[in-house]
Write a protein that binds this ligand. Structure first.
Ligand SMILES: [Zn+2]
Length: 426
């Protein structure tokens, strides 16, 4: 955009600006070749050789686009496009390039490559922003090989110390610190979101929805207003082992029956918090696990999710009441043991508004949506204004090799990202 153009012409040109959807799609497919699986998915676990190769490819593209790349102490990568005012904080966009063991081409990779495509588009059109722009690539979002999940963004936000992160080991005893050094991503840039770091003016993350809502409603864009809070529990059910034959039904203390009633209760509790409450029992074990023995012990996991802290508190109280009732009815001793909790996240009102305006100005049908999954943006949101853009994925499936998305939706999401970044950075 020429410096001397009348403002109205410049504004009209900016409004008409679009990313190159074909180039973005090619980048997604090229990156997906690294760690490609037979069924069309991707396996690129954090800090493996393949993750290193994926990072190298994207970092090379960033350098080719004229971006200045730095790596922080936990391996987060930031690729900066200078702004007119170097004193301003960066307006950032990104996600992650590590995947699940049988992951797909889009989870995380879409957010990173959409951000890169925005930079390439701005380069093509010679557009300068006032604030610097940054592509962010967060370390170990998936949490498969190393815990905690969303490791890099959590450390960036100051939730975890660098030494703690470096000491985390995989199942073979290899540490994050050693693996970062081995693949060449043990950086020395300060942890950006902490008091010592440069922070972000704002952060936008484009991502596939990983759920069925947008596809079901036929909408290309979800304006993500927040993420569900999570409470995880272990529930222990103690009864008494006894012979399946001689023990009359009324005299049993059947831990499996108590567990079954708890599974039912978890479902009922979540349904009472429709539409955004979630309740899942994903693990269930009985002892002694013998065909002709009434089980004297059962253990189950409970995963509750809700957009509000009050909702999570209601679900917690309902679970405890159900446990007490089921215990009394069945002669069982039931212990509800809280394991971890993540507070609900409400994204920044201004950033959410920018995403919604961008979708509207682009003529893209959209709806407000709450993320059921955790994302790097949730950690970033604790210390910087943040928001997310969702696009549909086929049948709502992710963390699976068949994960898929349509080129037009990927392009639409990147265009919303482009205009959100411009709205904040010009
Ligand atoms: Zn992801």
């Amino acid at each position: 955009m020429g410096r001397n153009e009348p403002k109205a012409i410049a504004a009209a040109k900016l409004a008409a600006l679009r990313v190159d959807g074909d180039r973005l799609w090619r980048a997604l497919m090229d990156l997906a070749r690294i760690g490609a699986t037979e069924k069309g998915g991707v396996r690129r676990l954090a800090l493996t050789d393949l993750d290193g190769a994926g990072r190298d490819l994207v970092v090379g593209w960033c350098r080719d686009a004229g971006l200045a790349v730095r790596v922080d102490r936990v391996g987060n990568i930031f690729a900066r496009r200078a702004g007119r005012d170097p004193a301003r904080r960066a307006v950032a966009a990104g996600s992650h390039v590590d995947t699940q063991p049988s992951g797909g081409k889009f989870d995380g990779n879409f957010g990173v490559l959409a951000a890169l495509e925005v930079m390439r588009t701005l380069n093509d059109h010679g557009i300068e922003t006032a604030a610097p722009l940054e592509v962010a690539i967060w370390t170990n979002e998936e949490g498969t090989r190393f815990t905690p999940v969303m490791m890099g963004s959590g450390a960036w936000a100051g939730l975890y110390g660098v030494d703690y992160i470096h000491a985390q080991c995989d199942s073979e005893g290899k540490s994050v610190g050693a693996e970062l050094a081995r693949i060449g991503y043990a950086g020395d840039a300060p942890m950006g979101g902490t008091a010592a770091g440069p922070g972000f003016d704002a952060y936008f993350e484009a991502h596939i929805e990983q759920g069925p809502v947008l596809e079901d409603k036929g909408l290309p864009i979800g304006v993500v207003v927040g993420a569900l809070g999570q409470n995880w529990y272990d529930v222990l059910v103690e009864g008494m082992d006894a012979h399946a034959g001689p023990t009359p039904m009324p005299l049993r203390r059947d831990a499996a029956l108590g567990a079954a009633r708890l599974v039912e209760a978890v479902n009922r509790i979540a349904l009472a918090e429709a539409p955004d409450g979630r309740g899942t029992v994903g693990m269930l074990a009985v002892k002694p696990n013998s065909r002709n023995v009434i089980p004297g012990f059962a253990q189950l996991s409970v995963d509750f999710r809700h957009p509000s802290a009050e909702g999570l508190a209601r679900m917690d109280a309902a679970l405890r009441a159900a446990a007490a009732d089921i215990g009394e009815r069945g002669g069982l001793s039931i212990t509800v043991r809280p394991l971890v909790d993540f507070a609900p996240c409400a994204f920044d009102r201004d950033c959410v508004g920018i995403v919604r305006d961008a979708a509207r100005n682009l003529g893209l049908p959209h709806m407000d949506i709450v993320s059921g999954a955790g994302h790097d943006a949730v950690h970033v949101a604790a210390v910087a204004p943040a928001a997310m853009i969702f696009v549909p994925c086929k049948d709502g499936i992710s963390h699976n090799e068949i994960e898929d998305a349509l080129p037009e939706h990927v392009t639409a999401g990147a265009n919303v990202l482009l205009h959100a970044l411009l709205a904040r950075a010009l």
